[in-house]
Design a protein around this ligand. Structure first.
Ligand code: AP5
Length: 244
């Protein structure tokens, strides 16, 4: 208790006030449980922070969690690395475990955005079981529909600020100074799997294993199809329309 109040005393007043205002605004937002599904580079990770802020949800991206585990060389990361480097999916059991754990975080109280999960029908069924136990269900699945031909340019031009997860694109969302993060000035990096060759395997996995997940949720009548090839702002407007 003493430690907590000490920590709060060290937090700048502006940060405390803005967090308080955020929580007051969030109290009036409806709960939402969303899945974002689409091929690599379709814009799931770009739209997620916008939806997260608008609806006070937590953003759970299995790809980000797995990359953190690989970087930290945890047992999970060691098991996942080989499949990720090749652009293949890691096993259902590994990702289901991390999602089950992550959904219990206090920041997921008003709901969540699942970005990149579920990616197989098996994962979708396990997710349904988990949610049923909590007495809740998925409200909407946003299908980032896009032609494969557009994706190579998006993937090979992507640059990331690893510490914050901020994403840039050399053509579509360039940083103010090439190669440097706008906020910290730190160097940007490219993901190891963001090459034209690995993209082929990732797209193959998407069409064979993940496309059936869209059919699975279509049968439940909760899929909203987006025009993910449109410019970023227009996709955001579509998302907001679907969720309002
Ligand atoms: P993951 O990290 O989930 O990668 P992915 O699904 O391939 O998705 P991306 O992050 O590449 O694409 P995105 O749609 O988020 O695109 P973004 O918004 O950044 O998974 C990586 C690996 O982890 C997998 O291959 C697998 O091995 C493993 N894995 C993860 N989850 C798993 C699971 N559930 N089961 C098993 N294995 C799993 O946009 C891309 C670029 O385009 C950016 O530069 C952006 O600025 C730009 N951009 C975005 N929107 C637009 C727009 N509208 N117009 C122009 N440019 C745009």
């Amino acid at each position: 208790m003493a430690t907590n109040s000490m920590n709060l005393e060290d937090v700048p007043s502006e940060s405390l006030m803005s967090e308080l205002l955020r929580r007051m605004k969030c109290a009036y937002k409806p709960d939402k449980r969303l899945i974002l599904i689409g091929p690599p580079g379709s814009g799931k990770g770009t739209q997620s922070p916008i939806i997260k802020d608008e609806y006070c949800l937590c953003h759970l991206a299995t790809g980000d969690m797995l990359r953190a585990a690989v970087a930290a060389k945890t047992p999970l990361g060691i098991k996942a690395k080989e499949a990720m480097d090749k652009g293949e999916l890691v096993s259902d059991d590994l990702v289901v475990g991390i999602i089950d754990e992550a959904m219990k975080k206090p920041s997921c109280k008003k709901g969540f955005i699942l970005d990149g999960f579920p990616r197989t029908v098996g994962q979708a069924q396990k997710l349904d079981d988990m949610l049923e136990k909590q007495g809740v269900k998925i409200d909407k699945v946003l299908d980032f529909a896009i032609d494969d031909a557009v994706l190579e340019e998006r993937i090979t031009g992507r640059w990331i600020h690893p510490a914050s997860g901020r994403t840039y694109h050399t053509k579509f969302a360039p940083p103010k100074v090439p190669g440097l993060d706008d906020v910290t000035g730190e160097p940007l990096v490219q993901r190891k799997d963001d090459t034209a060759a690995v993209l082929k395997s990732r797209l193959d996995a998407f069409h064979k294993q993940t496309q059936p997940v869209i059919d699975y949720y279509s049968e439940k009548g909760i899929v909203a199809k987006l025009h993910a090839e449109k410019p970023q702002k227009e996709v955001t407007d579509e998302v907001k329309k679907v969720l309002s």
